[in-house]
Design a binder for this molecule. Structure first.
Ligand code: 13P
Length: 284
C-alpha cells in the first residue's frame, strides 16, 4: 500500500463565502496529485459552500476547526459533530493550540470531542504541541506524547485518527518553523507511542515552500498542516506539488515506516490514495 503525504490547510477565522468558493473551484480544476491526500478546513459558515464547490467525487477532504462533544442540545454558540457532518465535513480538527490557549480547551475536553468525532464516523485531526519553555527544557516529546495519549483515551482501536504536531512557538506570525533536527525526536516519540493507532502524523507551524521539503524528509513526518502559506490557493497548490514529488519517490520504492491502523471503514467510504496519473502540474 502506498503511504500518502498529507497536505492540509486550516483557514482559521479567514475567508468570506466568495473567497472560500473561489479556492475550492480552483482546487476542483486540479487533478488529484500522485500520492497526496489533500484537505481543507474552512470556518464553519463556509464548510457547506466548499464541499459543494468541490463536488461529491472530490479527493479533497473538507474539515471543521472544532466541534462540541454533545450531538445536540442547549449549548448556545456551539456546533456539533452531526452538524458539521451534515454540512459536508469528513474531518474535525480538535485541540489546536489557539483553542487550548484562548478558549480553555483542555486534555479532558479534547478527549470528549475526539470521542464524539469518532462516534459519528468522522476523522479527528488531533493537534498537539508544547510551549516554548517546554521545548527549551528539552521536554517536548514527553509533553506531546502525553497530550496525544490523553486525547485518545477510550477511543476504540481501529479508529481513523490523524495527529498534527504543531509546536506552540512555531505557529502564526510570531512563530518560527521548527528546524528539521528539532523534529526528529518528537516524531520518533509520537511514532513509538502511537504507531498502529493513528493513520498519519503531520507537522504544522510556519510551513512554507522553502522549508516543506526538508520537513517532509524527517523520518515519521507523513504530511504538513499549513496556515498562512496555504491561504492563497496557489500557495496551497505549490505545497501539494512539492509533496507529489515526494510521493513519487515513495511510489518508486522508498517506504513509509508507519503501520496504519486497520480501519473498519477502509475501502468503504474513504477515497483511495490517488495514484499517479502522469498528468502535469496544475500550478498557475
Ligand atoms: P501557520 O502555518 O500560519 O504558522 O499556522 C499553522 C497552523 O496553526 C495550522 O493549524
Amino acid at each position: 500500500m502506498i503511504a500518502a503525504t498529507w497536505i492540509g490547510t486550516s483557514w482559521k477565522m479567514n475567508k468570506l463565502l466568495a473567497e472560500a468558493k473561489a479556492f475550492a473551484s480552483r482546487l476542483r480544476e486540479c487533478p488529484p496529485p500522485p500520492g497526496v491526500r489533500r484537505f481543507v478546513i474552512p470556518a464553519f459558515p463556509a464548510i457547506h459552500t466548499v464541499a459543494v464547490a468541490l463536488g461529491p467525487d472530490s479527493d479533497v477532504m473538507v474539515g471543521a476547526q472544532n466541534a462540541h462533544w454533545e450531538d445536540a442540545g442547549a449549548w448556545t454558540g456551539e456546533v456539533s459533530v452531526p452538524q458539521v457532518k451534515d454540512a459536508g465535513a469528513t474531518l474535525v480538527e480538535i485541540g489546536h493550540s489557539e483553542r487550548r490557549t484562548h478558549f480553555n480547551e483542555t486534555d479532558a475536553t479534547v478527549n470528549l470531542k475526539v470521542r464524539a468525532v469518532v462516534r459519528q464516523g468522522l476523522i479527528p485531526l488531533i493537534c498537539v504541541g508544547e510551549p516554548e519553555e517546554v521545548f527549551r527544557r528539552r521536554e517536548a516529546s514527553e509533553y506531546i506524547v502525553s497530550q496525544a495519549q490523553a486525547a485518545l483515551r477510550q477511543v476504540p482501536d481501529g479508529s481513523d485518527v490523524l495527529i498534527a504536531y504543531e509546536p506552540v512557538w512555531a505557529i502564526g506570525e510570531a512563530g518560527r518553523a521548527a528546524e528539521p533536527e528539532d523534529l526528529e525526536q518528537p516524531f520518533a516519540a509520537l511514532t513509538d507511542a502511537l504507531d498502529g493507532r493513528v493513520r498519519a502524523i503531520l507537522y504544522g507551524g510556519s510551513v512554507t515552500t522553502d522549508n516543506a521539503a526538508e520537513i517532509l524528509a524527517v523520518p515519521g513526518v507523513d504530511g504538513l498542516f499549513v496556515g498562512r502559506a496555504a491561504w492563497d490557493v496557489e500557495g496551497y497548490l505549490a505545497l501539494v506539488e512539492l509533496a507529489a514529488r515526494r510521493g513519487g519517490r515513495e511510489l518508486a520504492g522508498a517506504s513509509s515506516t508507519r503501520t496504519a491502523p486497520r480501519l473498519a471503514s477502509e475501502g468503504l467510504d474513504r477515497p483511495s490514495v490517488p495514484q499517479s496519473t502522469g498528468e502535469s502540474s496544475c500550478l498557475a
